[in-house]
Design a binder for this molecule. Structure first.
Ligand code: FAD
Length: 279
């Protein structure tokens, strides 16, 4: 059985970034991903750039999925964005609550991603494929794991077709999360989000901010490499390859790569894993 792959980008900010992304799409497109997704800036700040990147990907012949966050938005705003995508024949979306930029007061008409999922299903029918976010190590704003899991199950029940996880380096956290979700009746695929070690310092910062464990022995080795980028890259590739191998062997239905708009590490990982390319 083959494992599907999907790749995530952020919308580029500059014309050079836009051109570079087109090249990256071609390079990763050779792996025949299920789809490419494009993130959506907090509070809708990248609305036009997300749309534009999605259209570039679709124009290159690939399936594209915009992310869409609802916090701070009205039903009218969201309906308008969905109508724009529908007019462009886009029917796949990653539906999120999102976070308001700090200092922003407007709550909008949606409180949680589950409300966005219900809204899409009620107003758009069943022809949208909706992915949502999952947190094997618990959402950083939630104190109780059981409550977070229950909210996740409610969000799936609201009409999601699947979930993509936050990145993690502890495979047991993923397997446990999937087992617990199944006990609550979640039957949809839960695809692990994979973060290659593009830049150890930055990833360690994200991980600390969001409560994601980087095993101590990995931290110690990475820090010990200092600015030896070749060793960081080689070791990071080994760690993430082994993680992916465990996930695939344990039944993960696919792998979603956080590419940070770069192809090299993701291509190297997929090559080692024998994923994507048709043999
Ligand atoms: P929700 O599922 O709504 O959960 C948010 C919090 O509310 C959790 O703590 C949950 O336990 C709690 N909760 C849920 N329902 C209830 C309820 N009924 N009562 C009380 N509490 C409840 N952010 C962006 O801005 N743009 C992006 O493009 C983006 N893409 C992402 C892609 C993935 C795969 C992932 C994992 C995250 C992404 N994020 C993105 C980050 C995400 O927006 C934040 O983590 C945000 O804080 C939560 O969004 P959510 O959709 O998971 O929210």
């Amino acid at each position: 059985m083959s494992t599907s792959v999907s790749f995530e980008f952020f919308p580029p900010n500059t014309p050079v970034g836009v051109e570079k992304l087109k090249t990256v799409v071609q390079e990763l497109g050779a792996l025949q991903p299920q789809y490419f997704s494009v993130t959506y800036g907090a509070g809708g700040s990248t609305r036009d750039k997300t749309l534009s990147a999605v259209m570039d990907i679709a124009g290159a012949g690939f399936e594209a999925a915009p992310h869409l966050s609802c916090v701070g938005s009205t039903r009218e705003n969201i309906a308008e964005i969905l109508a724009t995508y529908r007019a462009q024949d886009i029917h796949r979306v990653v539906a999120l609550r999102g976070d308001l930029p700090s200092g922003t007061a407007t709550a909008g008409e949606f409180r949680y991603a589950s409300e966005l999922v219900s809204f899409i299903r009620e107003t758009q029918g069943s022809d949208w494929h909706i992915e949502v976010a999952a947190y094997p190590e618990v959402h950083p704003q939630q104190r109780y794991a059981a409550r977070d899991l229950q909210h996740f199950a409610d969000k799936m029940r609201a009409g999601a077709d699947g979930a993509i996880t936050q990145f993690f380096f502890n495979a047991d956290a993923y397997f446990h999360f999937v087992d617990e979700a199944r006990k609550l009746g979640v039957t949809q695929p839960i695809v692990p989000g994979i973060m290659p070690f593009h830049n150890y310092g930055r990833i360690a910062q994200f991980a600390q901010r969001d409560g994601i464990e980087i095993p101590r022995w990995v931290q110690m080795k990475m820090e010990g490499f200092m600015d030896d980028t070749a060793s960081i890259r080689a070791f990071g590739l080994d760690v993430v390859t082994q993680l992916c191998e465990r996930l695939v062997a344990g039944g993960a239905p696919g792998l979603h790569f956080y590419t940070l708009n770069q192809s090299a590490l993701t291509l190297a990982l997929c090559g080692r894993l024998g994923l994507g390319a048709k043999s």
